[in-house]
Ligand binder design. Structure first.
Ligand code: ATP
Length: 212
């Protein structure tokens, strides 16, 4: 992200890609402006939060006019560095990893999985969704060669920390961790944890205890 965006609160920054995707669709359908109420309905974020978020972007909606779609798109493109493709590596080509390799991330984001890693003989040397699967022994070398900035971790939990310890010695900036392991990283590395089982359990809990 550019320096300009570093003052944006983290909660707001997390909503940026959501806004960006919706605005791109609006733009593609020829819309020039959008109200916070329309946005709110579409992205399921309350309109007060949207107005506050947008004020950080220097976008001040006008009463009876709403927000200028082009202005917002320009801002998001710049802030999210969407003009440049972010190169991603995936480690662990099991069920979840394979699904990610087959999913075309470039459709919605300028991110591309360049290379995948595994230790299983049956997977190393194959290609999935046009992404080559290489042996973990080549991790440091290939991360460097491909200028990888982000790593997706879909290995078994026990393998996650030792692999992370290797990744943090490279120029990788971020890790998206799909394993249940809570990982320790130095402060210059950004890590996001997504535990699908926990998310599902939490949804079921809310459905049971807070029925609407
Ligand atoms: P499947 O059992 O079909 O592979 P899964 O997603 O349930 O699917 P996991 O046991 O979670 O399998 O392993 C995910 C993938 O990670 C597998 O392809 C496995 O070969 C690979 N793997 C296991 N240990 C490592 C490691 N140390 N480094 C890289 N990949 C690993």
């Amino acid at each position: 992200m550019s320096n300009e965006s570093t003052k944006i609160p983290q909660a707001t920054a997390k909503r940026l890609p959501l806004y960006y995707r919706f605005l791109k669709n609006l733009h593609a359908s020829g819309k020039q402006r959008v109200s916070s109420a329309e946005l709110s309905e579409a992205v399921k974020v309350d309109s007060a939060t949207i107005r506050r978020d947008f004020s950080y972007f220097g976008a001040l909606g006008k009463k009876g006019y709403g927000y200028n779609v082009n202005y917002l798109l320009g801002f998001f493109r710049k802030t999210l560095d969407q003009d440049e493709v972010t190169k991603v590596a995936l480690i662990g080509v099991g069920n979840l990893g394979t699904a990610f390799l087959n999913y075309n991330f470039l459709k919605n984001n300028n991110t591309k999985i360049e290379v995948a890693f595994d230790v299983s003989e049956s997977r190393v040397g194959t290609s999935i969704g046009e992404v080559p699967v290489r042996h973990l022994d080549e991790l440091e070398k290939l991360i460097d060669e491909h200028h990888i900035q982000v790593v997706i971790l879909t290995v078994p939990s026990h393998a996650a920390q030792p692999i992370t310890d290797r990744i943090v010695k490279s120029h990788v900036k971020g890790i998206l961790n799909f394993t249940p392991a809570r990982l320790t990283v130095p402060s210059h590395i950004r890590i996001h944890h997504i535990d699908l089982a926990v998310e599902l359990q939490s949804l079921v809990y809310f459905l049971k205890h807070y029925p609407s």
